[in-house]
Ligand binder design. Structure first.
Ligand code: NAI
Ligand code: MG
Length: 375
């Protein structure tokens, strides 16, 4: 028997409890086909858990993620009305605790318009898929920028007069995330439009000092990658180009808040939030999760689209392949994406957000079946 890979599984809140089991079905199928030995470390936690128990997750959970897990898969956290005494939403301590605590500096958010997807960009549900229209990845810096926890407010006489959030851009933080973006671009096939490998540096360096530093470091790293085209855009102009010419983009690297907002916008180009996976990756640890939240209004109805979480599990397999230098994981990751593509082309088993009537578990079963069919 080969190595046992330990995967921390945190379903979290709302639809997280329904979509994560679908990803587990897929992982079980993959482990059968490729003879992986997975051990799941189940971790309870989130806002609903906080309402039940008074804690976001049990003591020792962070340490399991840090000391035992080879990778982490998260559903979603957050629930209406569940706040901590300090006003923060309950469950956020899990996501931010892991992002900062495990130094997961690269937030990797791929956006792809898969075959057969109908999307709602113009308000109508219509077929607009074209071969290779959208296949881009946003790399968002994940540990500094405007989300650095250096903030505060000035209260005088009970009046909150001033609130300050500090935007920190460091050489260390920029270097590692920009290097990550270039290395990822080397593994990809380039932008759909011209097949040119391209890393676009998105910033506001015409105004902000931190972004001048970010761009300077981008330039120094770009020199080491002659096969990759350098490209620059100010965040405001970038947003309209992203929507007008998505096929021009390959890999985008940007600071924390610009990446948070622009990748949500980019997710629209993939047809549904239910199609948007992500990874939070550091040098020693990684956490994979869908971009969307716990969608409380759909919770408990077995109707959410599990594909974002299934694709996130696929990204986790790719990560394990790179981490342990094992091409079987890379193949397994591709087989997950192929199965999703087959499901979409078949178009019989789609959830409501893609214009279908299938349930969440129907989609999990169908993707799992397509994985076995492909081998
Ligand atoms: P949301 O992403 O949970 O849902 C917004 C809407 O998007 C849903 O009402 C639904 O129409 C659609 N949607 C999302 N995921 C879907 C899926 N898999 N299949 C089909 N449709 C889907 O955002 P919302 O409602 O603003 O937030 C709900 C909770 O989730 C909040 O507590 C929020 O703080 C939390 N949240 C957590 C995130 C995380 O865990 N990283 C990220 C975003 C929100
Ligand atoms: Mg966001």
């Amino acid at each position: 028997m080969g190595k046992t890979y330990k995967l921390a599984i945190i379903p979290g809140d709302g639809i997280g409890k329904e979509i994560v089991p679908q990803a587990i079905k897929v992982l079980n199928k993959v482990s059968e086909l490729y003879s992986f030995n997975f051990e799941y470390l189940d971790i309870s936690g989130g806002a609903q858990y906080y309402l039940e128990t008074g804690r976001e997750w049990d003591e020792g959970s962070f340490e399991i993620c840090r000391d035992e897990a080879d990778a982490i898969l998260l559903g979603a956290v957050g629930w209406p009305g569940a706040s901590l005494p300090d006003g923060n939403i309950a469950g956020a301590g899990i996501v931010f605790g892991l992002r900062f605590g495990l130094d997961l500096y690269a937030n990797v958010r791929p956006t792809k318009l898969y075959p057969g997807i109908k999307h709602k960009i113009h308000g109508n549900l219509k077929q607009v898929w074209e071969e290779g229209l959208v296949d881009l990845v946003t790399i968002r810096e994940n540990t500094e920028g405007l989300y650095t926890p250096i903030r505060g407010s000035l209260n005088r006489g009970g009046v909150e007069e001033v609130a300050i959030d500090t935007r920190i851009i460091t050489e260390k933080g920029s270097k590692r995330v920009i290097n990550f973006a270039f290395n990822l671009a080397m593994r990809r096939d380039g932008a759909p439009k011209d097949k040119q490998k391209r890393v676009t540096c998105v910033d506001k360096s015409n105004v902000l000092q931190g972004d001048r530093l970010f761009r300077k470091i981008y330039n120094s790293i770009a020199k080491n990658y002659p096969a990759i085209a350098t490209d620059y855009a100010y965040i405001d102009a970038y947003l309209q180009w992203l929507i007008r010419d998505p096929d021009y983009f390959d890999v985008i690297v940007t600071s924390n808040m610009f990446g948070d907002i622009s990748s949500d916008l980019a997710a629209v180009l993939g047809g549904s939030l239910g199609m948007a996976p992500s990874g939070n990756i550091g040098d020693n640890h990684a956490l994979f999760e869908s971009v969307h939240g716990s969608a409380p209004k759909h919770a408990g109805l077995n109707k959410a689209n599990p594909i974002a979480t299934i694709l996130s599990a696929g990204m986790m397999l790719d990560y394990l392949g790179l981490k342990y230098n094992d091409t079987k994981f890379i193949e397994a990751s591709k087989s997950v994406e192929t199965a999703v593509t087959k499901l979409l082309l078949d178009s019989k088993t789609l959830t409501y957000d893609l214009g279908g009537t299938a349930s969440c578990s129907d989609v999990g079963d169908a993707v799992t079946k397509f994985i076995s069919n492909s081998d």
